[in-house]
Design a protein around this ligand. Structure first.
Ligand code: ADP
Length: 629
């Protein structure tokens, strides 16, 4: 058979049905689409009249009017923009997926030039969103530069009509006859709400009025209505597009409140723009306090996204990494590839670039905030815990994030915390590693026997007492070439090499001497511990419990238990201070006396770290007996 070239055929009414009923997730979007078209039409008229004054002979006040007739169930969106003649009505509204706006933009781009208008339309389907709520749509338009008006009308069957019409002013009116179930869009508050949500930053005023006013309207109602009708529904100024120097703090604060529903002012305001590969403008805020839901899995955690001043969505998670979810704000870009319904973003590469620029900007803001200790502490107390997650999840920025983290430390008073840089700066020449201790409470950590040797050797120990710290230890790895070492785990030794060697020798000697005693303590404690040994980390305390070098962290054990997997108890090592008089004394005991003393020693180790004793009744009995002796 000969190759035949065919044209695709489309079942137009079904195609229309698809656009109207399947494209958008929310019916209310229709208003956004029609207002965007009106705004584009005005922008085109404004732009063209710069060079052709005759197009704006009527000296227009550029504006969009929304006029409802509650009795007739009609909603009209009217603009004084460029308008359409009969041929354009046919081309633009009679052809699905034909965008006159897109063609206009393309022609302008090809011609080149500056200050091109930022037009919204691009797909040529938005107009048909009207049929989501209307059973009949009538468009009356008079093109600037012409003098005839035309009417386009359709009831969403496969047909539309175009005929002569009359219109006093230039521009376009789109009149929707609403279906009964959609008459909510005749109410001022509902329309106002939608304008605020989607079209707040359209650059011309949007007014609302009602024409079927009851004859018996009271004077005071009339007065109120007329006042309302004189006010624009939209804010118009997209603050993020104005230079920082042109915006007052109060304006930023007001915008922040509008955006976040916070009563307070923002703690930090970060306006900035991205240039280069992806152009965008952003206005970010760090609040003063965390919201209650900051740790909830379904917390709102993204930025609001606008594309050419039109609201696309909020909580766009793709623009902000989760550990910066305390940041609120707006990103606006003309470059963003939206899907046809303009509800979703499409191109990961562009989004990824914006996300990384936003992340870098926030981190650099925090870096400069660090210079003001008091201010940084305020931020840190509110959001430090969330920021810490970044080390775990953002590998590429982990080094920057580490420099922004602080911890309390054994050497500093409670309430004061140190950055890793400061910790490292204060390290003695013999100290190779960064020491930390894990504990649920800072108070317990400060008193932990495991800190004694570190203290004796003048080493500071970071107190990891925030629940996330434990997870963090797996990803912190190193800082400034120095490893993180848990003083409550495995073998740790402090001091110069000579000191460490001397200590090791003494330790071996003591272990040999006390071998019999250590063995009987081990037998006595049985399953409770994995080993009993002589300690290098104790100075004043008789004993302590430490984790094996390769033991699972307690948080992991808890998590695995919660997931019902069968995790055996992580047994720890009991370390005894061989030079402590109590240990020396117990080493000389035998029989029941030894057994009781070992139980008390073990319980003492638990109490010292803030853990409960295993058998409270037995402990009390033994203690009472001891006191009576
Ligand atoms: P888009 O806005 O994405 O181009 P639409 O289906 O909403 O797609 O509109 C199709 C075209 O109809 C627009 O590109 C524009 O050329 C024209 N149009 C729609 N509304 C108006 C209007 N109010 N004034 C002038 N032209 C309009």
């Amino acid at each position: 058979m000969e190759t035949k070239t065919n044209q695709f055929k489309a079942e137009i009414s079904e195609m229309l049905d698809l656009v109207v009923n399947s494209l958008y997730s929310k019916k209310e979007i229709f208003l956004r689409e029609l207002i965007s078209n009106a705004s584009d039409a005005i922008d085109r008229a404004k732009f063209l009249s710069l060079t052709d004054k005759t197009l704006a002979q009527d000296n227009p006040d550029w504006k969009i009017n929304i006029v409802v007739d509650k009795a007739q169930h009609t909603l009209m969106i009217s603009d004084n923009g460029i308008g359409m003649d009969a041929a354009e009505l046919e081309a633009n509204l009679g052809t699905i997926a034909n965008s006159g706006t897109k063609a206009f933009r393309k022609a302008l781009k090809e011609k080149g030039g500056e200050n091109l208008p930022e037009l919204i339309g691009q797909f040529g389907v938005g107009f048909y969103a009207a049929f989501m709520v209307a059973d009949k749509v009538r468009v009356v338009s008079k093109k600037r530069g012409g003098d005839a008006a035309f009417m386009w009308e359709s009831d969403m069957s496969a047909e539309y009509t175009i005929s002569d019409s009359v219109r006093d002013d230039y521009g376009t009116s789109v009149m929707l006859h609403l279906r009964d179930e959609h008459i909510e869009y005749l109410d001022r508050w509902r329309v106002a709400e939608l304008v605020k949500k989607y079209s707040d930053f359209i650059s011309v005023p949007i007014y609302f009025s009602q024409i079927d006013i009851p004859a018996d309207e009271k004077d005071e109602d009339k007065k109120r209505r007329e006042e309302d009708e004189a006010k624009a529904l939209n804010t118009m100024v997209a603050l993020w597009k104005r230079a920082k120097k042109d915006v007052k703090d109060e304006e930023y604060a007001e915008f922040y409140r509008h955006l976040t529903h916070d009563w307070d002012e923002p703690f930090e305001t970060i306006p900035f723009s991205g240039e280069g590969q992806v152009e965008f403008k952003a206005l970010l805020f760090i609040p003063k306090k965390a919201t209650m839901d900051i740790y909830m899995p379904n917390q709102k955690r993204g930025l609001s996204l606008y594309v050419r001043n039109v609201f696309i969505g909020d909580d766009i998670e793709m623009l902000l990494p989760s550990y910066l979810r305390f940041v609120k704000g707006v990103v606006d870009s003309s470059d963003l590839p939206l899907n046809v319904s303009r509800e979703m973003l499409q191109d990961d590469a562009v989004i990824a670039k914006i996300k990384s620029a936003v992340t870098a900007k926030i981190l650099s803001t925090l870096e400069s905030m660090k210079k003001d200790e008091k201010r940084y502490n305020e931020f840190w107390n509110a959001f430090g815990t969330v920021l810490k997650e970044g080390v775990h999840v953002d590998y590429s920025n982990a080094d920057r994030i580490k420099k922004l983290l602080k911890w309390p430390s054994a050497r500093n008073d409670p309430g004061k915390s140190v950055f890793l840089e400061d910790y490292v700066k204060d390290m003695g020449s013999e100290q190779k590693d960064i020491y930390y201790i894990l504990s649920e409470r800072e108070d317990d950590a400060r008193k932990a026997p495991q800190l004694e040797a570190a203290r004796k050797h003048g080493c500071d120990v970071l107190l990891f007492c925030d629940p996330v710290d434990e997870y963090l230890t797996e990803s912190l790895r190193e800082f400034d070439g120095k490893k993180f070492v848990d003083v409550g785990r495995g073998d740790v030794s402090f001091g110069s090499e000579a000191e460490q060697k001397a200590e090791k020798d003494a330790n071996e000697k003591a272990s040999k001497e006390l071998k019999g005693f250590l063995d009987s303590v081990k037998t006595e404690l049985g399953e409770k511990v994995s080993d009993v040994r002589v300690s290098t980390r104790l100075i004043d305390s008789p004993c302590c419990l430490v984790a094996k070098e390769n033991a699972l962290p307690p948080s992991m054990v808890r998590m695995m238990r919660a997931m019902k997997s069968d995790v055996p108890e992580e047994k720890r090592i009991l370390e005894l201070n061989a030079s402590h008089p109590l240990v020396k004394k117990v080493a000389g005991m035998k029989g029941e006396e030894l057994s009781d003393a070992v139980t008390l020693l073990y319980d003492a180790a638990l109490i010292a770290e803030g853990s409960p004793v295993t058998d409270g009744a037995r402990f009390t009995k033994l203690l009472a007996a001891l006191m009576l002796k």
